[in-house]
Design a protein around this ligand. Structure first.
Ligand SMILES: C[S@@+](CC[C@H](N)C(=O)[O-])C[C@H]1O[C@@H](n2cnc3c(N)ncnc32)[C@H](O)[C@@H]1O
Length: 303
């Protein structure tokens, strides 16, 4: 079996032209077993576990191992499969001109399974015509990237900040930004002509059953989705936007509910008492409510 670090090194070497040094902007090279250098000799760790770390020091994030492992289990149980199906249908429409070779970035990829499963689906569906898809996932959480690298070897995983994306200009046909912070200046810089950015944000009713228990908040005061979408529209020519809502009669109690509770930032504000109550009483359904928008860069050649 090819060792993880070896596989990550091969992938990085093959794709090094899309990267650049986040400190000085120089090109990158791979010369040593476990480090990546730029032409000015800034260097980054190529970790044994199979990812590149572009951040020096530790990043402080509340997205810790426990939360991202719970997210990983919930996604593997199919929680976001309807979203993946929608994205699979949306993506081929969004790339103009159509290309058989697609380079995709997931900005804020967390534990990586959404990107990995989406790319698997796009490749498997031969009628879509993609011959080759290259995937890169970045996240500021090292724990998230470690899970991604553990589970999926054919994607380049990087610990990096979306606000200082370690990429050359115009390298990506598609940028995914799912329930994560964004940096539109950087997205516009690294988006290829004719490429698409897909943003997914929570809708008003997302996980409303948990919110009701945690905060007694059915109206969702302070919902900021409209402002987020307004900012997206100011930065991209929006080509598609839709709401995706569905609910589950599973994930209602026991371990499955516990993982849904653990995986969401909603639980950060909830007290221990409310979490215990939710687990004891269970919920009668779990609602997923998302807003999806796809846009092209204003400077796109083929918009
Ligand atoms: C709610 S999670 C979503 C992760 C993944 N897209 C998913 O849907 O499972 C938000 C993610 O954004 C990441 N994040 C927060 N700030 C970031 C930044 N400045 N650069 C890169 N990732 C960031 C967090 O570490 C976390 O993994």
């Amino acid at each position: 079996m090819v060792r993880k670090i070896q596989r990550a090194r091969e992938l990085f070497k093959e794709q090094r032209h899309i990267f650049k040094c986040p400190h000085c902007g120089e090109e990158m090279k791979v010369e040593r077993e476990n480090r990546i250098f730029c032409l000015n000799n800034h260097s980054f760790d190529l970790a044994r576990k199979g990812y590149v770390n572009f951040l020096s020091g530790s990043s402080h994030t509340k997205y810790d191992k426990e939360m991202l492992e719970a997210r990983n289990r919930v996604f593997k149980r199919g929680f976001f499969d309807p979203l993946l199906e929608e994205l699979k249908a949306l993506i081929p429409r969004g790339i103009t001109p159509p290309t058989r070779e697609l380079t995709v970035l997931d900005a804020g990829c967390g534990e990586g399974s959404l990107l990995a499963r989406l790319l698997e689906g796009l490749i498997r569906e031969s009628s879509l015509g993609f011959k080759r898809i290259r995937g890169v996932g970045i996240d500021i959480s090292r724990e998230g990237i470690q899970i991604a690298a553990r589970d999926y070897q054919d994607i380049i995983w990087c610990v990096a900040d979306v606000a200082r994306a370690p990429f050359q200009e115009r390298g990506f046909h598609l940028i995914l930004n799912i329930l994560s912070p964004s940096n539109y200046h950087e997205f516009n810089r690294i988006l290829a002509p004719g490429g698409t950015v897909i943003k997914v944000i929570p809708g008003r009713d997302h996980l409303k059953e948990l919110r009701e228990i945690f905060y007694d908040d059915t109206e969702r005061d302070g919902y900021g989705g409209e402002e987020v979408m307004k900012a997206f529209k100011e930065n991209f020519q929006v080509k598609d936007t839709f709401k995706l809502s569905y609910s589950y009669n599973s994930f209602l109690k026991g371990e499955k509910l516990e993982d849904v509770i653990k995986m969401t930032p909603l639980s950060w504000r909830a007290g221990e008492k409310e979490r215990i109550r939710a687990l004891k009483e269970g919920v009668d359904r779990v609602t997923v409510d998302l807003v999806v928008a796809a846009g092209k860069g204003f400077n796109s050649f083929h918009g």
